[in-house]
Design a binder for this molecule. Structure first.
Ligand SMILES: NC(=O)c1ccc[n+]([C@@H]2O[C@H](COP(=O)([O-])OP(=O)(O)OC[C@H]3O[C@@H](n4cnc5c(N)ncnc54)[C@H](OP(=O)(O)O)[C@@H]3O)[C@@H](O)[C@H]2O)c1
Length: 254
């Protein structure tokens, strides 16, 4: 597929570019600074991709980049959610602009684009409920509004999925483009975390679910490379089982 990565200079974005190349996709990187991207990628990888400079808050420029390069899919890793519940970042503005750009590009080419967005595990539901995990540990709340925007989209405007990792750590400080993917596979689940560990602690009055979230959260640490590989693998096909849903993941190799 031809995939545009918005935010390709970030921790995840650089790994997504690398994973897409490993999986044989054509890559367009949408970044604020081509020079910065060049300094982050292996020279051989940088030579294989098309770079477009632009701001992720500019929906017109995003739409143009998608249509000019005739992209089929988008991965948005631009912006970083604020951690405290009162925190504010650029992410909501970026998310809205990317969504508008993607929607309008889909409308012009008369076919919705396949898009991966990023959020955090807080927008997934507590097992057996439709109450978000961030109701119990209220951090990175900006992702909730982004998820609401996706849920309110009219049908057939954007073919979206929202990956919801907990903390992602690098496997290596440098970005590598292996000829074959060798990362421990992730186990994924729609809307809920896979392999949640239940315990009597959930019955503790008032705090049971908060404690359950705190106990489980560290089990869901994954690597940036694993998440990048997960997205690049999904984009090998136009049909995805993750269309229209949030996706929870755990490292299946641990
Ligand atoms: N890292 C984690 O452990 C983790 C866990 C769960 C969820 N997430 C979510 O995953 C996403 C990616 O995280 P990350 O760690 O890769 O973030 P990051 O390293 O901070 O990368 C953010 C990217 O956004 C780009 N960006 C910011 N504002 C922009 C703008 N106005 N125009 C164009 N590009 C812009 C940055 O470009 P510049 O290089 O030009 O600044 C950078 O490439 C975020 O939404 C984050 O909340 C991260």
């Amino acid at each position: 597929m031809k995939v545009i990565v918005i935010g390709a200079t970030g921790n995840l974005g650089t790994r997504v570019v690398a994973a897409l190349l490993t999986h044989g996709h054509s890559v367009v990187a949408y970044v604020r600074s081509s020079k910065k991207l060049e300094s982050l990628l292996p020279a051989s990888a940088f030579r294989q991709i098309t770079v477009v400079e632009g701001d992720a808050k500019n929906s017109v420029s995003i739409k143009k980049a998608i249509l000019d390069a005739n992209c089929d899919a988008v991965v948005n890793t631009a912006g970083l959610a604020a951690l405290p519940p009162w925190g504010k970042s650029d992410l909501p503005e970026i998310f809205q602009a990317v969504l508008n750009g993607v929607k309008e590009a889909g409308s012009d080419r008369k076919k919705p684009l396949r898009v991966w967005f990023l959020a955090g595990m807080g927008v997934l539901y507590y097992p057996g409920t439709e109450s978000m995990l961030s109701n119990y540990i209220p951090i990175y709340l900006e992702h909730r509004k982004n998820f609401s925007l996706l849920k309110s989209l009219p049908p057939n405007t954007v073919d979206w999925s929202m990956l919801c990792p907990a903390t992602m750590t690098p496997e290596s400080p440098d970005v590598n483009v292996p000829s074959k993917s060798s990362h421990g596979a992730l186990i994924a689940n729609a809307a809920y975390l896979p392999l949640w560990q239940d315990s009597w602690v959930k019955h503790v009055p008032l705090l049971g679910r908060v404690l359950m979230c705190a106990i489980n959260a560290p089990r869901y640490t994954t690597t940036l490379e694993q998440n990048a590989d997960f997205i690049a693998t999904d984009l090998e096909s136009f049909e995805s089982r993750w269309s229209g849903t949030t996706v929870g993941i755990i490292d299946g190799s641990k």
